[in-house]
Design a binder for this molecule. Structure first.
Ligand SMILES: CC(C)(COP(=O)(O)OP(=O)(O)OC[C@H]1O[C@@H](n2cnc3c(N)ncnc32)[C@H](O)[C@@H]1OP(=O)(O)O)[C@@H](O)C(=O)NCCC(=O)NCCS
Length: 145
């Protein structure tokens, strides 16, 4: 949660508004959230999402998070690969974008490995828990390869 734009969740009840926002976004066709689960026991270990979907201009933002006990095993690359294929091939989106804390090396690394390019830098864009943070804007076009 260190680099998210909201403070860490501290109670199960914190999840309810996020869950309801996700359901509302899906109904309104402005977001899709996928749960990432382990095949052997269906345990929930993370999620990835498309949000601020704009079907007119054919773009969306991407978000993702994985429980730290599963980091660095290629799980999010597999999940995002599937989500991006859905975005480009099924939804016919043209562009995906992400807004990343410049210190979040894992997030910058995974997007770079999935053909995103660094497109911009915004200073002091977020105040989260009293801390201000800059943003790196990353983008990938359907035609990027
Ligand atoms: C970012 C995150 C989802 C990566 O998930 P992951 O499953 O560990 O990533 P993968 O194992 O699929 O890694 C794919 C590639 O991403 C890059 N990468 C992943 N973790 C990295 C790290 N800690 N440092 C640098 N590059 C990293 C590498 O290029 C990696 O390929 P490689 O392992 O062959 O070198 C995970 O670190 C996480 O949940 N972080 C906290 C939440 C977060 O920051 N979300 C994004 C907010 S914008």
């Amino acid at each position: 949660m260190r680099y998210w734009s909201i403070p860490p969740l501290t109670a199960p009840s914190d999840v309810r508004p996020i869950y309801e926002r996700n359901l509302g976004g899906f109904a309104a066709q402005t977001s899709i959230s996928w749960a990432i689960t382990m095949p052997q026991d269906d345990a929930f270990i993370g999620d990835c999402s498309l949000f601020r979907i704009d079907l007119t201009h054919r773009h969306a933002e991407v978000g993702y998070g994985l429980h730290r006990s599963h980091w660095r095993r290629g799980i999010m690359r597999e999940a995002l690969g599937a989500a991006f294929a859905f975005a480009f091939d099924t939804m016919q989106l043209n562009r995906l974008e992400a807004d990343i804390d410049p210190q979040n090396e894992a997030s910058l690394g995974i997007l770079t490995s999935l053909l995103f390019r660094r497109e911009g830098y915004l200073r002091e864009r977020w105040f989260t828990g009293g801390v201000v943070a800059d943003t790196v804007l990353m983008g990938r076009l359907r035609s990027d390869a």
